[in-house]
Design a protein around this ligand. Sequence first.
Ligand code: DAT
Ligand code: MG
Length: 139
Amino acid sequence: MERTLSIVKPDGVQKNLIGEVIRRFENAGLRIVALKMLRLTKDMARGFYIVHKDKPFYDSLTDFMSSGPVVVMVVEGEGAISKVREIMGATNPRNAAPGTIRHDFASDVEHNIVHGSDSPQSAGFEIGYFFSDIEIHER
Ligand code: DAT
Ligand code: MG
C-alpha cells in the first residue's frame, strides 16, 4: 500500500474544485487518509518546493501557492503516487490528456489546480511536511 501527498492549489479552491478533485481520486479506488485546509505562508511554500529553488519560476510559484487557502491531503492506495499523477495530467495543461484534472480545469502551467508527489522519496518528505503520524488514519 502506497501513500502520496496531494494539494488542491489556490486556483482549485477558488474555482470550487475541492470536491471534484477528491471525487476523482475516490472514483479511482484511492482513499483519503488525512486532509486539512490551510493558507501557506511564503516561507512554507518555499520550503515545500525547495527542489525547485533554482528554477526561474520558483518565486512566482511560491507567491501563487501562498496566495490563498489550499487543501492538503494524504491519498492511499495501490500505486497511489502514479495513479494520482495520471488523474492530474501533465504539468502544462496544454499537454495534459483529455479527462485529466489539469486538461479539464487548469488555465496555464503555473495555475494547474492540483499537486501530487512524484516519487516515494518526495511523498515521504511532503507528507511529513504537513502531517504528523496521529493525523493520518488507518482505513
Ligand atoms: P508537477 O506539479 O507536475 O510535479 P513540477 O514539479 O515540474 O510539476 O513543477 C512544480 C510546479 O511548478 C508546477 O505544478 C507548476 C510550476 N511550474 C512548473 N514548470 C513551470 C514553468 N515552466 N513555468 C511556470 N511554472 C511552472
Ligand atoms: Mg513536482
